[in-house]
Write a protein that binds this ligand. Structure first.
Ligand SMILES: C[S@@+](CC[C@H](N)C(=O)[O-])C[C@H]1O[C@@H](n2cnc3c(N)ncnc32)[C@H](O)[C@@H]1O
Length: 212
């Protein structure tokens, strides 16, 4: 159901902001240009926004500062507690990409960073189908997440991590469901989105999908 990694995030929550600041060498390349990636997601966001997997609320904070109506969805209680402290009076609800409260408010843009890879490719397809139903024509999905140009590139990164003794990163890359560019493009296209992708660091790609 896409929540199989929750205990990792409950345990990571208190150190998460140190990791995104580059203080964990294993993840330094994954989080390279983190603030620039978040700012780029904000720059493509229009209107009312729904964010999935908000973590400690770093992207949420930028979206709210930019003046967007905001609802955040996050399955980890420990992450929600930190985000709630940073962002009092902001609507942050328990849920995940596939199961979240029905919103009466209109949603113009769905955003997420570093989270969509927790769904298998089949679950990604279910989520993108729901996004297509939720968004108006011209509405957008704007994601930043680890994606690989090919499976070979992913295996090279796993070998690189092992060679440097980055065993947590190597395990993560093998355990979670990092998609290829081709797979993501084909799912968004199937559900009536135009999709553009751009590489932001060695791991993370920006995905901007516009509902036709
Ligand atoms: C690496 S953190 C990213 C946090 C934040 N978006 C950021 O960019 O810093 C991944 C987040 O996704 C959440 N998550 C894990 N599985 C999820 C799912 N199935 N649906 C939505 N969020 C999920 C985790 O609890 C965690 O907060």
């Amino acid at each position: 159901m896409g929540r199989e990694f929750l205990s990792i995030f409950d345990d990571w929550a208190n150190q998460y902001d140190d990791s995104v600041a580059g203080m964990d060498p294993q993840y330094a390349r994954v989080f390279a240009n983190y603030n620039h990636i978040l700012d780029t997601v904000v720059s493509y966001t229009e209107g009312s926004v729904l964010e999935f997997g908000i973590g400690t609320g770093n992207l949420s904070q930028k979206l709210i500062e930019a003046g967007h109506e905001f609802v955040g969805v996050e399955p980890s209680l420990a992450m929600r507690e930190i985000a709630n402290k940073k962002l009092p009076n902001v609507q942050i609800v328990e849920g995940d990409f596939l199961h979240f409260p029905a919103f009466t408010e209109k949603v113009d843009t769905i955003v997420s960073t570093y989270a969509f890879h927790h769904l298998t490719d089949t679950e990604k397809e279910s989520a993108i189908k729901q996004f297509s139903e939720l968004l108006p024509i011209g509405g957008k999905v704007v994601f930043g997440d680890t994606v690989f140009i090919t499976e070979e590139k992913k295996h090279k990164e796993i070998d690189h991590a092992k060679k440097h003794g980055y065993m947590d990163l190597a395990e993560d890359l093998q355990r979670e469901y990092y998609p290829t560019v081709t797979v993501l493009k084909s799912i968004f296209t199937l559900y009536n989105f135009d999709i553009a992708m751009k590489q932001m660091n060695d791991f993370v790609w920006l995905i901007v999908a516009t509902k036709k």
